[in-house]
Design a protein around this ligand. Structure first.
Ligand code: ADP
Ligand code: MG
Ligand code: ZN
Length: 477
């Protein structure tokens, strides 16, 4: 079999977290009863006029700046014409020739280092409604609540050359959108949707192969599986002397196959033309500067800073900056207690475990940064052992009580009473005369044996540093 190169370009739709729709004042809230968030504008009644929601432009500029795009000083909307019951006007208002943003990039980490994936364009458009086909119902239904909800469409260059890179790109883009607060990033619920264009070509060839477009992948795993399946399908067709047909396919996650949906439409099929009901959008430098000054630090930069400033391994930095709220929590902890690596360990294990178990975000955690650093300080002071601290943490997370009060209530402070430990240590040494003798004749490693016995005798509650010092004194004294 010949070797092939894979070429992938992604078109991602991000539903924006504006309060109202893009061209009317209807709420964008999801989950309400059908057709309650609607008005004459978003149901396409004759004679109504759209009015652009300024917030949508703000969000688009934010994402454009975050991905290094040029922001258009003047852009226009266009009508994309097609007929389907979820599109009451018979056309979708989108952008075609003059999009809001062009020429950006997203950096991803790959096995071979950092790679740049070009962003062709980002444009604003309205979402369509939802058709509901229920086999048991007598009819099909349509719900226009989603009709007119604002979207950004982010189109990548065909720079992606593997399924892993596709997922890395999508993760990075999702993270940026969530850091900016413009999209909730929920793929299962469809607030982030990914269409993938894929083709293969003989290794090294500069001519692209015929591509197919994949839809209906509502998780990272499905994006990966669908692309993998499709790449193999393309190669098989070519190997058997056939030709790939340019078409749009649906991913069927239960069968693990792609299914032809329609032959690929060409853009001229849509009869795009400038939207006459909306004036051209003028964006001046002051508007762009205003948005720029409000941008948060972005995931890629924050990861780098975490490595440099706190001396964290890249892995830790990646986990901690996954979401902005966790990164903020981490930095608040470090501000309170200068133990960056310990705090990282706590968050990556105990904190994340509780978040998973309780199914909550860190903002809903019972344990504030003050409380977590208070707990770590108790370990530092030798008041409790590391393993006890984990139990205390679990109780803090369940009850919201502070470490100090739990330790006190449960009486699980470490035994730091020297006299008590000394008398226990003496008993242990007397019980193991052979080991004591071997220690004294030079087997220093046996210190751990005695410390272990003492820890066991106190059910782990002895202060280990103190225990070790006492045993050493007794054995050597
Ligand atoms: P359309 O208007 O049909 O959606 P575009 O030219 O906008 O087509 O391209 C859509 C996506 O397809 C882009 O992300 C682009 O990078 C990608 N793409 C273009 N050509 C190829 C190809 N030969 N193989 C894989 N992806 C491609
Ligand atoms: Mg397309
Ligand atoms: Zn409306």
């Amino acid at each position: 079999m010949k070797a092939y190169d894979t070429v992938i370009g992604l078109e991602v739709h991000a539903q924006l977290l504006t309060r109202t729709k893009i061209f009317c004042g209807c709420s964008t809230k999801a989950g309400l009863s059908p057709n309650t968030n609607t008005c004459p504008v978003c149901t396409g009644m004759p004679g109504v006029l759209p009015v652009l929601n300024r917030k949508v432009v703000d969000f688009g500029i934010m994402l454009g700046l975050a991905t290094g795009c040029r922001i258009a000083s003047r852009c226009i909307f266009a009508r994309k014409n097609y007929f389907y019951p979820d599109l009451p006007k018979g056309y979708q208002i989108t952008q075609y020739e003059h999009p809001l943003c062009e020429g950006g990039e997203i950096l991803i980490e790959t096995g071979q280092g950092i790679k740049r994936i070009g962003i062709t364009r980002i444009h604003m458009e309205e979402d369509a409604g939802k058709t509901i086909h229920d086999e048991k119902a007598p009819s099909s239904y349509v719900d226009y609540n989603r009709s007119g909800v604002p979207l950004l469409e982010i189109v990548s260059e065909p720079d992606i050359t593997s399924t892993d890179e596709a997922v890395a790109y999508l993760r990075e883009l999702r993270q940026i959108l969530m850091y900016l607060g413009v999209c909730d990033g929920n793929m299962e619920e469809g607030s982030l949707r990914c269409d993938a264009n894929v083709s293969v070509k003989p290794a090294g060839s500069s001519r692209y192969g015929t591509r197919t477009e994949l839809k209906n992948m509502n998780s990272f795993r499905n994006v990966q599986r669908a692309l993998q399946y499709e790449i193999e399908r393309h190669i098989e067709i070519r190997e058997s002397g056939g030709e790939v047909v340019q078409e749009t396919l649906l991913w069927d996650p239960s069968r693990g196959v792609t299914v032809s949906m329609r032959s690929k439409e060409e853009s001229h099929d849509y009869r795009y033309f400038p939207e006459p009901d909306l004036v051209p959008l003028e964006i001046d430098a002051a508007w762009i500067d205003g948005v720029r000054s409000g941008l948060p630090e972005l995931p890629f930069a924050r990861r780098k800073r975490f490595i440099g400033q706190y001396g964290l391994p890249a892995y830790d930095a990646g986990v901690l900056t996954q979401t902005k709220t966790v990164a903020d929590y981490y930095e608040e902890c470090v501000r309170l207690l200068d133990r960056p690596k310990e705090i990282s360990n706590w968050i990556m294990t105990e904190v994340m475990r509780v978040l998973n178990e309780q199914g909550i975000a860190i903002t809903g955690l019972n344990v504030s940064p003050e409380m977590l650093t208070g707990l770590i300080a108790l370990i530092d002071r030798g008041s409790i052992s590391g393993s006890m601290a984990k139990e205390v943490f679990a109780e803090m997370a369940a009850t919201g009580d502070s470490a100090g009060s739990i330790v006190e209530k449960r009486g699980i402070g470490q035994i730091s009473d020297e006299a008590e430990l000394r008398s226990l240590a003496r008993e242990i040494i007397d019980a193991y005369p052979d080991e004591a003798g071997r220690y004294r004749s030079g087997k220093a490693g046996l210190l751990g044996f005695f410390v272990g016995k003492l820890m066991k005798a106190t059910r782990g509650e002895a202060n280990p540093k103190l225990a070790s010092r006492i045993i050493k004194e007794l054995l050597e004294g």
